[in-house]
Ligand binder design. Structure first.
Ligand code: GLU
Length: 437
């Protein structure tokens, strides 16, 4: 039987990291098994589940690369994929329960009559969980709207969902759901409840107010979606291969229920940032260049000029040192203007000891004698001079970097000087000798 899984969000205007992780685990399982990933919108709360809220969700899913095979915008044979458009189906299913004597009216609402039998859930993650639902529960409110438990189960039946992968917070609902499946005489899907995502201090569930909790934030901060997917995949899943940095394809290949862990996951902002950095480094040069170009163009205060080769060299030089794309423009701005600022903290550090300006004047003389600043040649020229003079070569390095960039850190010094080129470097050193004096 072909796997059919669904992500069944109730759009509220935010795409929470926990929902994204649930969507991801469903998407991964569908891709792993060659099955179908359904997006079903549980929009029975008409006030909150607006078109706008849906757009946030769909944008976030598309940004993360979680394409759905059936659902809004793409259609499918099991639609409509909005619960708000399935009233006639719910009416039919209610009829079935009434006929079986399992539904009755009370105080204007419709109640489901429980069997009173113990329900044993065979959960793929949490094992056997036995519970008895003691009390009848409402399935339609007195205003006529259907209740979550009822529509959720009816849709899973109608849409022939084979595996229900959802947050552990639904574990306690599942006995109600098992009662309903059985009342309809429907086969049970395989359930897999996934652990919660806790705040970084472990004190409670990540809420939408916690930093890092919303997918929109990562979009705005220019995270690589593949890094977010990678990080989310490891919140509650362990590939047991000692690997952390993986592409979505690799993850989909490895993803399966035995790797899902029971213990709650803890959100770690620093780790997410680290994954982002790793994925930036892994990007093929042309992909990185395209992204860098887009990012820098958006920054607006940088004029890249007309030398495409130069831009290409700058980006290639900076890729290994780029920790995130949001700060990338400020990492490269000095390559494109002589009007860069000198960082005050860096200045203090560079001028703490020795006579940096004297060293800088010497560097200028050394460089003037070279025909180009090819990295190795430049390095050797300074090293030879330093040795003859009996000074440590590092005394020349930090002031040179600071003079030509205004920073204390950045790409490797000599490749950087090579990319900047002799003319630009000499011009900047001359100006720095004046302005820093
Ligand atoms: N609409 C429910 C939720 O967002 C779906 C639960 C389920 O996946 O069954 O939590």
């Amino acid at each position: 039987m072909k796997t059919r899984v669904r992500f069944a969000p109730s759009p509220t205007g935010f795409f929470h990291i926990g929902s994204a992780r649930t969507a991801l685990f469903n998407w991964l399982y569908a891709r792993h098994t060659g099955g179908t990933f359904v997006l079903r919108i549980e929009d029975t709360d008409h006030e909150r589940n607006t078109e706008e809220a849906l757009t946030v969700l769909k944008d976030g899913m598309r940004w993360l690369g979680m394409d759905w095979d059936e659902g809004p915008d793409v259609g499918g044979e099991y639609g409509p994929y909005f619960q708000s458009r399935r009233d006639d189906i719910y009416a039919k299913y209610l009829e079935i329960l009434r006929k079986n004597g399992r539904a009755y009216d009370k105080d204007g609402a419709v109640f489901f009559k429980v069997s009173g039998e113990e329900q044993v859930l065979h959960d793929a993650v949490y094992g056997n969980v036995a519970r008895t639902e003691e009390k009848d529960f409402p399935i339609f409110r007195s205003n006529g709207t259907p209740v979550f438990h009822f529509v959720n189960v009816v849709d899973d039946i109608c849409m022939e969902i084979t595996h229900v992968i959802r947050g552990q917070d639904h574990l306690t609902n599942t006995n109600k759901h098992l009662e309903l499946f059985k009342a309809f005489g429907a086969p049970l899907p395989q359930f897999a409840h996934i652990p919660l995502i806790l705040k970084s201090d472990g004190q409670g569930k990540m809420s939408k107010r916690d930093r890092g909790a919303l997918i929109e934030e990562y979009q705005q901060k220019k995270f690589l979606p593949e890094a977010v997917v990678n990080y989310l995949s490891l919140l509650g899943w362990n590939p047991k291969n000692d690997r952390e940095i993986m592409s979505a394809e690799e993850i989909a290949k490895l993803f399966d229920f035995p790797g899902i862990v029971k213990s709650n996951a803890r959100f770690d902002e620093r780790k997410m940032a680290h994954f982002n950095t790793e994925h930036i480094r892994m990007l093929p040069a042309d992909k990185f260049r395209a992204l860098a170009l887009e990012t820098v163009k958006e920054a607006e205060n940088i004029d890249l000029g007309s030398d495409g080769e130069y831009v290409k060299k700058v980006f290639a030089l900076c890729q290994p040192k780029a920790s995130n794309m949001e700060s990338f423009p400020s990492m490269v701005d000095y390559f494109f203007t002589d009007e860069y600022a000198f960082d005050e903290t860096a200045k203090e550090r560079v001028f703490k000891k020795g006579d940096p300006l004297a060293r800088l004047a010497e560097v200028k003389e050394i460089f003037e004698k070279l025909d180009s600043l090819e990295a190795e040649k430049t390095h050797d020229a300074i090293a030879a001079y330093a040795e003859a003079k009996g000074v440590k070569p590092t005394e020349f390095f930090s002031i040179t970097r600071f003079a030509v960039s205004g920073h204390a850190g950045g790409p490797d010094l000599f490749p950087m000087l090579e990319v900047l080129g002799k003319d630009r470097v000499l011009r900047r050193i001359a100006a720095a000798l004046k302005s820093l004096a």
